[in-house]
Design a protein around this ligand. Structure first.
Ligand code: 5GP
Ligand code: ZN
Length: 112
């Protein structure tokens, strides 16, 4: 499958990895939108948030918990933002689900 993030999972494309376990990988975003900006992705290919199933509930929780733990490790005790973009109107550009974690600057609301 021609998926950029599957290639990062496989090690075929390099990434600055922060964390990896059996189910997820976290790596720094190539085009950071904040001093801390990393992505947490499942190793399993899932196109969009709409493709999550009941069977993925534990995986989705694991992605969120990993985001929280790594955000704190990256010094984001003062706060951070998590975001998952879904489909074109949601701003998704890479079709393998990923949780953005942004921190170390003041976030604004609403996002653009
Ligand atoms: P989306 O727009 O789909 O929510 O987010 C995709 C993110 O992946 C963007 O923030 C983009 O900068 C990041 N990205 C795209 N290609 C690469 C890559 O090859 N390596 C890394 N580390 N990040 C990437
Ligand atoms: Zn993929």
């Amino acid at each position: 499958m021609d998926c950029l993030f599957c290639k990062i999972v496989a090690g075929d494309i390099p990434a600055r990895k922060l964390y990896e376990d059996e189910h997820v990988v976290a790596f720094h975003d190539i085009s950071p939108a904040a001093p801390v900006h990393f992505l947490v992705i499942p190793k399993k290919h899932i196109n969009t948030l709409n493709d999550l199933t009941e069977d993925d509930k534990a995986l989705a929780g694991h992605i969120l918990f990993t985001a929280q733990r790594l955000a704190l490790e990256q010094g984001c005790e003062a706060g951070f933002r998590v975001a998952m973009n879904c489909n074109p109107q949601g701003g998704q550009t890479v079709y393998h689900i990923h949780m953005h974690v942004l921190g170390q600057r003041q976030m604004q609301w609403p996002p653009g």
